[in-house]
Write a protein that binds this ligand. Sequence first.
Ligand code: FAD
Ligand code: NAG
Ligand code: NAG
Ligand code: NAG
Ligand code: NAG
Ligand code: NAG
Ligand code: NAG
Ligand code: NAG
Ligand code: NAG
Ligand code: NAG
Ligand code: NAG
Length: 617
Amino acid sequence: MAGSMSFGTRVRMLLVPLLLWQIPAAVASSSSTAAETYDYIVVGGGTAGLALSTRLSQLLPNRSIAVLEAGPAAPHSTNILIPGLKGSNLQGPHDWNLTTVPQARLDGRSVTQPRGRVLGGSTALNLMVWDRAAAAEYDVWAQPAFGDDAGWGWESLYDAMLRAENFTRPEEAGVYGDEGVAYGGPVQTVINRYVPEQQLAFVPTMVNLGAPLNLESLDGNPLGAGRQPSTLRPSDYSRSYATAYLPLAGSNVDVLTEATVATVLFEDEKNSDGELVASGVTLADGSVIKARAEVILSAGSLKSPQILESSGIGNSSILSAAGIQTLLELPGVGENLQDHVKVQSVYRLKANYSSFDRIRYDAAYAAQQLDLWYLNETSAYDYTGSTIAFLTWSQVAGANTSFVPSLLNSTAVHSAIDKAKLSFLNESTNAPALELLFSDGYFGAASYPAANSSLYGANFFTLIAGVQHLFSTGSVHVDAAAPSPATAAPRIDPRYLEHPYDAAALREAAKYLRRVAATPPLNTFVEAEYEPGLEVQTDEQWDEYVRQAVSTLFHPTGTCAMMDRAIGGVVDGRLRVHGTANLRVVDASVIPVQISAHIQTAVYGIAERAARLVAGS
Ligand SMILES: Cc1cc2nc3c(=O)[nH]c(=O)nc-3n(C[C@H](O)[C@H](O)[C@H](O)COP(=O)(O)OP(=O)(O)OC[C@H]3O[C@@H](n4cnc5c(N)ncnc54)[C@H](O)[C@@H]3O)c2cc1C
Ligand SMILES: *[C@@H]1O[C@H](CO)[C@@H](O)[C@H](O)[C@H]1NC(C)=O
Ligand SMILES: *[C@@H]1O[C@H](CO)[C@@H](O)[C@H](O)[C@H]1NC(C)=O
Ligand SMILES: *[C@@H]1O[C@H](CO)[C@@H](O)[C@H](O)[C@H]1NC(C)=O
Ligand SMILES: *[C@@H]1O[C@H](CO)[C@@H](O)[C@H](O)[C@H]1NC(C)=O
Ligand SMILES: *[C@@H]1O[C@H](CO)[C@@H](O)[C@H](O)[C@H]1NC(C)=O
Ligand SMILES: *[C@@H]1O[C@H](CO)[C@@H](O)[C@H](O)[C@H]1NC(C)=O
Ligand SMILES: *[C@@H]1O[C@H](CO)[C@@H](O)[C@H](O)[C@H]1NC(C)=O
Ligand SMILES: *[C@@H]1O[C@H](CO)[C@@H](O)[C@H](O)[C@H]1NC(C)=O
Ligand SMILES: *[C@@H]1O[C@H](CO)[C@@H](O)[C@H](O)[C@H]1NC(C)=O
Ligand SMILES: *[C@@H]1O[C@H](CO)[C@@H](O)[C@H](O)[C@H]1NC(C)=O
């Protein structure tokens, strides 16, 4: 084992140049090197922020752009770059470590909310799934209640999403078709070359349960089961994330890391239309950077609302409680928080199979696999989930979905957002209600068996179910109780499972996982159900398990919704904050209605479109 470790060290030293990224000269690690004034200030060097500022620099080569990122650059972090180490990023050095307030329907449990605090934002931490929702879900954004006449909808957003990507076709035939992928963009995507044997059984199992095989699931019709792309560079199987845009940026972009923005500054006088005019930002250290043209917030769904509120834009009763003077009454700020939640079951593999868990308990194997990764040979450290099924309720064999028609008939649905979600329960839209993800190894609600337990050394796989259109709606606001609300952690209350549909849907989803694991060919790998365990049988027991096991699927959206001001919107169809002349939000928070997908493709697409909206105005 020692020999293998030292070999690994040598190999790693030899191969380090593979990981030496092109770091653009303009990335500086201190705001002290910043100019006093730029044309555009982009707050947040995350997913949307880097895509937007890069495209803006290409479209406006003679205008200056500053990107202000709270975290460091960390271009060589192996925890970020090596896919198999992705779990180490949660509560790791580049996580904001946010958490919800205690959730009433989860027996008072709080749920962690990982968010990237590093150049690249949450794409540096995410699980690298690359997928898309149904076309109808993006078309809703063009309705008058949402983006109205600013050109949103599937056609334009699909085009924008495709500009982000460079797909490398697998050599293996029959794993992905032609539609739904694109070439030439900065973010590299592949169909993962490493798939555990038990994971290969998942798609045929879903087909046996009646799901269609879908080899073009990113083309606007995601229904069915298949292997999906992951954001990995084919050249070395390292993570490809938002920093991949930066080499395309012109010298007119300054990326300043470790620069935390506290507030947006405004001119003393409103313009002739009675709108606030943004003039720059203040940083947490008190320094000021001025903007001649625009300030654009790309701080993400859990931070952009906090910056607006700290700057005097929001619900005045929330602001005054936090000691903030209201400049602009806009009560939608921080409201309409919509997240995906997941529940999972864990299965123990038969003794003659192993899983990703082996990396936990077999150090020699882990070292050998890590060496293979550094040699760019197929390795367990390549692993990303990436085998997925998206289903309507009627495709969920045997589920008791009596709660769906009662909701469709409900007279209690008033909001434009909920009406859109209801429309997606009509299966003619092709919108999935449920996502199932295969995740190799233990990924349950408790923890892998302890070193002194008899199950230490066992191998597991996890089936994850995510309900796609949930009706519980939450909020994120400045924490009035914090000494400095502008920079403290925000108060996040997703109100998980408060709507009865959500609780019933999660229960049926959890029950279905047992059925999947009992269906061939997947069942031939299963020794026993480990979580929740066969003692859970009645609906009441399943409800209790869901309360204990449910957690975020990491997709908060809607907190600066692109929506009509009269119904709680924060930005208009051109992503301008209502009531301001030149302050925009460009990130996941503008998504008005949660989509049935992992959301990074949509965020890149929003940023690609936003660059053209900004440059064109
Ligand atoms: C653990 C995890 C797993 C996920 N898995 C997937 C997946 O597999 N597939 C998928 O499609 N999506 C996934 N997602 C979701 C997806 O990655 C995010 O939704 C998306 O990256 C959000 O982009 P954004 O631009 O809105 O925000 P972010 O990318 O989070 O960017 C916000 C940036 O702003 C910075 N910032 C915040 N406040 C300030 C401030 N005051 N001053 C300066 N800078 C600031 C942050 O540090 C950050 O860099 C996952 C997310 C997480 C956290
Ligand atoms: C940009 O500036 C250069 C000179 O610095 C000038 O030649 C060019 O015409 C300008 N381009 C645009 C699009 O304004
Ligand atoms: C989050 O927690 C990790 C582990 O304790 C720590 O290294 C990191 O600095 C924390 N992040 C922030 C923003 O404080
Ligand atoms: C796209 O990927 C191919 C390899 O599949 C590579 O040759 C090409 O350079 C990539 N293009 C971009 C723009 O990254
Ligand atoms: C890494 O491996 C992939 C095949 O999985 C190959 O396409 C690529 O060229 C390799 N990269 C290098 C630098 O050899
Ligand atoms: C503003 O916030 C207060 C306190 O949370 C709340 O009672 C009120 O309904 C909010 N106003 C609007 C218009 O949302
Ligand atoms: C594993 O063992 C089971 C019986 O427990 C057997 O059916 C299966 O074929 C074995 N698989 C392999 C790969 O040996
Ligand atoms: C379906 O669930 C409802 C409660 O949600 C229950 O009243 C009904 O009896 C169930 N039907 C079946 C067939 O289990
Ligand atoms: C709505 O309720 C009516 C009356 O109870 C019933 O006839 C109808 O089938 C319901 N519609 C749906 C979609 O379930
Ligand atoms: C579902 O949509 C189709 C097509 O738009 C429509 O004909 C049908 O009435 C809808 N069903 C329900 C229950 O609303
Ligand atoms: C295993 O070790 C933990 C501490 O690491 C201890 O709390 C626990 O009681 C031990 N369990 C057994 C079965 O020895």
